[in-house]
Design a protein around this ligand. Structure first.
Ligand code: THU
Length: 129
């Protein structure tokens, strides 16, 4: 499954909109029913309005009514060149904690190897109401 997610993310990476940082990111989200949604980073001239690839993938899935998620694969690199792991930012970790269980898997790929973490590992004390 990781390979399939990687394939989908690599394809989506072409659609990253990153004219300012040139750092392209893509994410592929696997839902509990087996469906996969992708997302890319979408930058904005007002930098703070930029949307990360992870939240973009979740927005696509949530908008189609998906609510159960298994894992998310993330790739990213300057000018789309994948040579290092691209872990999710703090906002994306908190965003994921709204919809995902602590054992939700976050799979990183550096182009050669995979590294898998649980959401609980990456966000040990997330905020909740
Ligand atoms: N970015 C993501 O898409 N996901 C992250 O978790 C971290 C950063 C994007 C935002 C911006 O377009 C670029 O990477 C450089 O920060």
């Amino acid at each position: 499954m990781k390979e399939i997610l990687l394939e989908r993310a690599l394809k989506a990476l072409e659609n990253a909109y990153a004219p300012y940082s040139k750092f392209q990111v893509a994410a592929a989200l696997e839902c509990a029913d087996g469906s996969i949604f992708t997302g890319v980073n979408i930058e904005n001239a007002s930098f703070g309005a930029t949307l990360c690839a992870e939240r973009s993938a979740f927005a696509a899935a949530l908008s189609e009514g998906k609510r159960q998620f298994v894992r998310l694969l993330i790739i990213g690199g300057s000018a789309g060149h994948i040579s290092a792991y691209c872990p999710p930012c703090g906002i994306c970790r908190q965003f994921m904690s709204e919809f995902c269980a602590p054992d939700f898997e976050i799979v990183l790929c550096n182009g050669e190897q995979f590294e898998t973490h649980t959401l609980k590992e990456l966000l040990p004390k997330g905020f909740s109401l």
